[in-house]
Design a protein around this ligand. Sequence first.
Ligand code: ZN
Ligand code: ZN
Length: 90
Amino acid sequence: MQTLWGENVPQQRRKKKQRPPSPKPSYSITGADDCAIIGHTLNVWDLAGCTTCLDCHVKIFCPRCISAHPTDANARPILCKRHEERTVIR
Ligand SMILES: [Zn+2]
Ligand SMILES: [Zn+2]
C-alpha cells in the first residue's frame, strides 16, 4: 500500500540486536577475542541481576541491580536489559 503523499518510507529496518557493530571488519572469530570486539553474548539474567557470557563464560552482573557480583570479584559490570534502555534511543 502506497502513501498518497510520496513519503519516503525507510527500507532499512534496524534489527534489535545486542551486539553493536564492530568498529573494524574482523572475520576471525576466535572465541574470547570475539567478546572483546563485538561484546559478550549474554545468557539469561537471573533475579539477582547476574548472568554469564555464553561464549567465554565470564561472570557478568548489572551494576544498577547490584553493587557487586556476589561470588566473583572479577565479574564484568554490564547493564541488564532493564537498565541498558537508557542508552538506547527510541
Ligand atoms: Zn564473553
Ligand atoms: Zn539492572
